[in-house]
Design a protein around this ligand. Sequence first.
Ligand SMILES: C[S@@+](CC[C@H](N)C(=O)[O-])C[C@H]1O[C@@H](n2cnc3c(N)ncnc32)[C@H](O)[C@@H]1O
Length: 262
Amino acid sequence: MAIRCPAGFDTGYLKERVYETYDRVAREPNGEFHFHRGPAYASGYLKYDMEELMALPEESTARFAGVANPHRIGKIAPGETVLDHACGAGMDLLLAAKRVGPRGKAIGVDMTKAMRDCAVAAARKAGMSHYVDIREGVFEELPVEDESVDVVISNGVVNLAPDKEIVFREIHRVLRPGGRLFLGDVVVQRELKPEARENPDLWAACIAGALTEKELPEIAGACGFTDCRVTEHFDCFKNTSAEVKVSKDLYVQGVNFFAKKP
Ligand SMILES: C[S@@+](CC[C@H](N)C(=O)[O-])C[C@H]1O[C@@H](n2cnc3c(N)ncnc32)[C@H](O)[C@@H]1O
């Protein structure tokens, strides 16, 4: 159930397509893509606070490619340790860093070098380098110690994983007991047609690998999480080329999702 890799593709091929896509987002944030990017999208479609975004370096905000808003799921307290397990250019990570403050820590992991470079530059410009730590890695094998994190945030990335269970088990491993998961991801309300599931561009655009809304809490629960619930929906593909091609028929939406490690 948790494995979504389309028949005929190996996971290595999909990962290369995902890497190419987000390498290009980092280099050409205003290029042509099937999905929205940037601060106007974040505030207009996902309810981020525009004033707060404007106070962050453009290196991070222009490359934002999330699908929901993990910061609306729950509070992050001063002094806590937060991990963004695929932080991209770091917009959510820097917002989390503002909440934890210099007594806390904000760790970002991402596999795409050009994205990490933007996140590092943004943290430096924001004067947060001493408590923002950007690491190279993959969310299937996080370079993070067991039970060392209070909150994992995630935005628009679990759908990109061929095997969702591995990703939820890694999040569970790094969270302390009582730790929270604030996850934004794409879900489909109806099962996708095979043509959509097997389109690598739609995979990299965060659509083809999406779970159904019913599966998301089931998989998180099977991986040891409790209190699993969808808290909010977003029309993250409205007015994109993906909407024109597929998402109107398929009811693809961004969701905020909460879960807790007991
Ligand atoms: C849709 S973007 C979202 C980035 C960021 N969360 C945001 O909201 O802007 C997907 C990100 O996931 C990263 N990514 C994809 N697969 C990954 C993996 N297996 N491990 C780590 N990062 C991955 C990509 O490099 C890209 O930066």
